[in-house]
Design a protein around this ligand. Structure first.
Ligand code: UDP
Length: 448
């Protein structure tokens, strides 16, 4: 056994991450899991928004130049950043891996695992003739929103949600994945080149790992398996497979845990809109009064810079702070996974990022949904309409929405379903459960 471990220890996985917090974190969990199986890990990342190497001394971190412009970065132009990285980073990645091989000739690179957002890594895997493995860090269904096809009328493109037939997606009991995808406001004529390149590259991968759970997205996974040649492995939620700190440079304020310790069980509304979403000052003030009027205790993350035109919460009136007193706690960044595990938390008012969605489901915490953009719309549809473990928060009805979820009979059903999902998730992570089985299958088929 020890000998076998020794042998594997010389096997290295190169893991290429996209420079966004919600993307880095699941890749670090995957890396931690593979490390626990005996692989050596090199994390390759662009200079921009680089992870903190000190948080994971067991890995080697390697920065590659990204040539991102100051304006692209300061405007958080997500599409522009993706285009630039995929245009510029293949050569530096190849160079870094070749250097690594020269310095450690005994080492064997088993594969290059990359976030689909940095799909340039597939061409490097092809060049080096090593296994390329793509990882989707958001919902499986989101993959279906990327392919585009020339319109039959010769004008522009149509999206895959219009192209993929309804067959097999017509379960009258549930909202179909196709309906959810159709609700995405994506214009099929936007980001065409990026979308075409992404799909072309990930189709060349030996496997696609998705940070999802089989029972959550059975329909979508079935459609993807039909349309994509690489084997698809649903190996989520990654944060439960390998619990570990993130490599984020955002500093967590742990004082909120001692505050949570003083609150009644399942009484607290936890509020956080993730690492990217931004709102205007009016929304911040409306949220504040909604929370104040709900009469529930709340823990609210307001990320510095997330309120346009403000540093932090200076625009909140004194009367709000006086009204709320100790009942409310506002922090800049929280240890979210620990917060959601806490017995005092009764609901999560979320932007519905995929990590937040999985983290909430894993702890049986029902959600109040306020999606902002991109896949958050799809995730909110899943939460409210498909899994029915949350409610969409209507503008101007915040206190009412909180009461509906936390006090009303309607909310009781939702809370019960959220606890059911937690149990199902735990079952998937046990020996014989879908996630563990899927990982074992991945190991056998891909890692050999
Ligand atoms: N998160 C955190 N502390 C906070 C807010 C968020 O640790 O105060 C983490 C959260 O646990 C999740 C990630 O940030 O893992 C956010 O990812 P998600 O996909 O939900 O949203 P994104 O930031 O990509 O929009």
């Amino acid at each position: 056994m020890e000998k076998q471990r020794e042998r594997v220890r010389q096997q290295r996985m190169v893991i290429v991450v996209s420079p966004f917090h919600g993307h880095i974190s699941p890749m670090i969990h995957l890396a931690t899991f593979l490390h626990s199986k005996g692989f050596s890990i090199t994390i390759v990342h662009p200079h921009f928004n680089s992870p903190d190497p000190l948080s994971h001394p067991e890995f080697t971190f390697l920065a590659i130049p990204d040539k991102l412009s100051e304006s692209g970065i300061s405007n958080w132009d997500l599409e522009g950043i993706a285009v630039t990285l995929n245009r510029n980073c293949a050569a530096p990645l190849l160079n870094s891996v070749e250097q690594m091989l020269l310095q450690n000739p005994d080492e064997n690179i088993v594969g290059i695992i990359y976030d689909t957002a940095v799909f340039f890594a597939q061409s490097v895997a092809d060049h080096l003739k090593v296994t390329g493995i793509a990882v989707r860090t958001s919902a499986a269904a989101r993959i279906l929103a990327f392919p585009v096809f020339p319109s039959p009328h010769g004008e522009g493109y149509i999206s895959s949600q219009d192209y993929i037939s309804d067959d097999g997606l017509q379960d009258p009991q549930s909202v179909s994945t196709k309906q959810l995808l159709a609700s995405l406001p994506a214009n099929p004529n936007n980001s065409i080149e990026l979308r075409i390149a992404l799909i072309r590259e990930i189709k060349k991968a030996s496997a696609i790992i998705v940070n999802t759970i089989d029972f959550l997205e059975q329909e979508a996974l079935a459609v993807i398996r039909e349309h994509f040649a690489p084997s698809i492995f649903a190996i989520g939620p990654l944060h439960k497979l390998a619990p570990t700190g993130s490599a984020s440079r955002l500093k967590e304020d742990s004082s909120c845990i001692s505050w949570l310790n003083k609150q009644a069980p399942k009484s607290v509304v936890y509020v956080s809109f993730g690492s990217l979403a931004a709102m205007d000052g009016e929304e911040l003030v409306n949220m504040a009064w909604g929370l104040a009027n709900s009469d529930q205790p709340f823990l609210w993350v307001v990320r510095p810079g997330s309120v346009r035109g403000s540093e932090w919460i200076e625009s909140l009136p004194k009367t709000f702070h006086e009204r709320v007193g100790e009942r409310g706690k506002i922090v800049r960044w929280a240890p979210q996974k620990i917060v959601l595990e806490h017995s005092a938390v009764g609901a999560f008012w979320s932007h519905c990022g995929w990590n937040s969605t999985l983290e909430s489901i894993s702890e049986g915490v029902p959600l109040l949904c306020r999606p902002f953009f991109g896949d958050q719309m799809l995730n909110s549809g899943y939460i409210c309409n498909m899994w029915k473990v949350g409610l969409e928060l209507e503008k101007g009805k915040i206190a009412e929405g909180i009461r509906r979820l936390m006090k009303d009979e309607e909310g009781m059903e939702i809370r019960k379903r959220a606890m059911d999902l937690k149990e199902k998730t735990e079952a998937c992570l046990r020996e014989g459960g879908s996630t563990i089985t899927s990982f074992n299958e991945f190991s056998k088929q891909i890692l050999g």
